[in-house]
Write a protein that binds this ligand. Structure first.
Ligand code: NAP
Length: 293
């Protein structure tokens, strides 16, 4: 039987690399949609694997120029997209990348007769629509649902790559947290999430909420980071009203940073515990980061 072919958009990112490896290991032929293929040949900052060996072919495109998406899906059976703007960038909005970039990809998928589109949004999105990032994801979800294309939307909690960001803060000696740190969440390793993504290719669910196997408070994960590094925990809890005031001021002069801050503040307001899956624990991830130096 001929191999199933999947286009992975966002292949150079944290989840994208794990997804490329998972699909390829399951026997799919993978086309990676990238801006810079060189990135795929080295390990990422959060221990994401180098993945060049798993990629059958590349398609170079940039969501900021939607015309470049044309032909990306030619000959593909499936599209998996975790293409998104996750870090502040001058003059670039989530609307451009997460909504309009993915919409251009969807239009190409429809034109090319793709059988299914799998998309990554965010767990608890409906509670965070004040965030530009979440809103852009959900505007795309709306387009996807209206398009007639068979789809699965996967809504994960925080990734271990976010935990890596806090780990780096701990390395520098101090962590700032929005709120009192008592809210609970179950972060997920990219490899565990990639399995859910690849399973979705062969299943019929249209929406999947998913988190990792362990639930923590934000305080617990950060204390764990300090302890792994052999450091005394040092955490400042920024009260939500100060966070909101800081956000207002930031929004006046730095919109990209305010966008990321809005998401970070929104997600800190409540518990984010999704149905658990996977086997990879946070303590092992932190130990591996510490060993890497
Ligand atoms: N991190 C989390 O905790 C979390 C939780 C829930 C949902 N999500 C969502 O999951 C998705 C993946 O997250 P991640 O942490 O894996 O993100 P990531 O590591 O930042 O990867 C994002 C990917 O999107 C690509 N991309 C960004 N701008 C692009 C553009 N203009 N044109 C083409 N490609 C572009 C990046 O390519 P380059 O390498 O070229 O920049 C990269 O491959 C995002 O939509 C994110 O919002 C994340």
């Amino acid at each position: 039987m001929e191999k199933q072919k999947v286009l992975v958009a966002g292949a150079s990112g944290y989840l994208g690399r794990h997804a490329v490896r998972e699909f390829a290991t399951r026997g799919y032929s993978v086309r990676a949609l990238v801006r810079d293929r060189e990135k795929l040949s080295t390990e990422g900052p959060n221990l994401e694997p180098p993945i060049s060996e798993f990629v059958t072919e590349y398609f170079t495109a940039d969501a900021l120029d939607t015309r470049t998406m044309k032909g990306a899906c030619k000959g593909m059976d499936l599209v998996f997209s975790c293409m998104g703007l996750t870090k502040p960038q001058d003059h670039i909005s989530s609307e451009q990348v997460d909504h309009l970039g993915n919409r251009a990809l969807l239009e190409d998928a429809i034109a090319c007769g793709v059988r299914k589109f799998i998309y990554i949004s965010v767990f608890n999105a409906e509670k965070m629509m004040e965030s530009d990032i979440v809103k852009a994801h959900e505007l795309f979800v709306r387009d996807l649902k209206a398009s007639g294309m068979p789809y699965t939307v996967i809504r994960p909690t925080a990734y271990f790559s976010d935990m890596g960001m806090f780990f780096n803060m701990a390395r520098s000696g101090h962590i700032y947290l929005f709120g009192d740190g008592s809210n609970r969440f179950n972060p997920i390793h990219g490899a565990d999430l990639a399995k859910v993504c690849a399973d979705a290719a062969e299943r019929n669910e249209t929406e999947i909420d998913v988190g990792g196997p362990e639930t923590f408070t934000y305080n617990e994960t950060n204390i764990m980071a300090f302890k792994t590094l052999g450091l005394k925990p040092s955490i400042t809890h920024v009260p939500m009203w100060i966070a909101d005031a800081g956000l207002f001021l930031t929004g006046l002069f730095n919109k990209p940073l305010a966008s990321v801050m809005t998401f970070a503040i929104s997600v800190s307001r409540f518990d984010n515990v999704a149905p658990p899956t996977g086997s990879k624990g946070l303590a092992d991830f932190y130990s591996a980061l510490a060993a890497k130096g």
